[in-house]
Write a protein that binds this ligand. Sequence first.
Ligand SMILES: NC(=O)C1=CN([C@@H]2O[C@H](COP(=O)(O)OP(=O)(O)OC[C@H]3O[C@@H](n4cnc5c(N)ncnc54)[C@H](OP(=O)(O)O)[C@@H]3O)[C@@H](O)[C@H]2O)C=CC1
Ligand SMILES: CC(=O)[C@@H](O)[C@H](O)COP(=O)(O)O
Ligand SMILES: [Mn+2]
Length: 380
Amino acid sequence: MRKIAVLGSTGSIGTQTLDVISRLPDDFEVVGLAAGNNIELLLEQVHAFKPKWVSAANETLAERVRAEVPAGVRVLSGEAGLTEIAGNSGADYVVCALVGSLGLTSTLAAIEAGADIGLANKETLVTAGHLVMDRAKSRGVSILPVDSEHSAIFQCLNGEDGKAIKRLLLTASGGSFRHLGREELRNVSVADALKHPNWSMGAKVTIDSATMANKGLEVIEAHWLFGLPYDQIDVVLHPESIVHSMVEFVDTSVMAQLGNPDMRVPIQYALTYPKRVASPASPLDLLKQGSLHFKPMDFERYPCLRLAFEAGRSGGTATTVFNAANEIAVARFLRGEIPFLAIEDIIGNVLAKHATQAAPSLEAILETDAWARKEAAETE
Ligand SMILES: NC(=O)C1=CN([C@@H]2O[C@H](COP(=O)(O)OP(=O)(O)OC[C@H]3O[C@@H](n4cnc5c(N)ncnc54)[C@H](OP(=O)(O)O)[C@@H]3O)[C@@H](O)[C@H]2O)C=CC1
Ligand SMILES: CC(=O)[C@@H](O)[C@H](O)COP(=O)(O)O
Ligand SMILES: [Mn+2]
């Protein structure tokens, strides 16, 4: 029985993770749950899973939780609460389902404590991939991908030698505005941007999908997870989101992982690896599906993906800036402060002002992240 903590338990990935865990009662004991502001849902989860460690976004919310949970449950708050649960709750498996680079310090704390990581929080690898991967290697912990594309690649690789890989092919749905040309993107609404064609997800990743910044984050995530240069990572448009990604090998064989879009499948695989167990997801019926489509990526239509490749190739703090500027720009768009197309402008402008620092320390990353956030908040 593994002791598991879920950071971001009230979000899209967090709730689906708990759904998966509830079907595997002999395999997992929930020892820690961390949420942000959704205290009602957090309390329901505490009553259902009985963790000994709980955290909320701030002390006021934590007080409300303390009043409702049994004595003996430790209720913490803020980033310190996240790192405490990640590193000191006794969890030997931590699911990081937080959104944004907020997940970095707690992921590092979990690694330091020797816990394996189920990683949904791609921003952590984008902002500090070298630190996360180096520390995981030296502590001997596994980083198991939850993101659907990376889970697909992980399954296709199945232990193959890195030298056998010709390239990774990440699939991209095209997002909520895939049928619109660039001119038509000028006045799109927040409500329409939040309508992903295939997946029901949190707001930030849904907007990232519409700008294609999500695929940019995923290209950088793949670079760190699978240790391949950017020249060996490609993106292909695939509107159905049935092929979750592919690997082409040097002998021309292409392996793909397919399934209906349901995050409980990659979440479960990250939890039960190397075992496969039955899933509540609906089986893929290719005969009913009939056809699948693939188109080349259009970097003019989706400049955020071009910026992500450029930042990835620059390396060092460039990807920290790409991520932080994107997080702030998306938050501003969601608040109705800026138009949709300003997201890519802000990322491009903040990156253009930044002098990349190679192999940054954690301190340098946190400083760069703060600088890029301030710039992105002030850029018109
Ligand atoms: N959703 C999906 O299908 C997929 C998501 N991902 C990635 O997984 C990650 C999570 O995405 P998703 O689940 O959609 O996001 P959501 O917005 O649905 O959930 C985010 C979670 O983080 C918590 N949180 C936010 N701010 C804080 C804070 N300051 N302190 C503590 N907790 C906080 C939220 O708490 P609360 O709600 O209580 O405020 C919530 O539990 C992202 O990196 C995303 O890119 C990857 C693949 C698919
Ligand atoms: C489900 C998942 O993994 C998301 O990150 C997904 O990738 C979003 O889809 P697109 O970015 O392809 O629109
Ligand atoms: Mn994905």
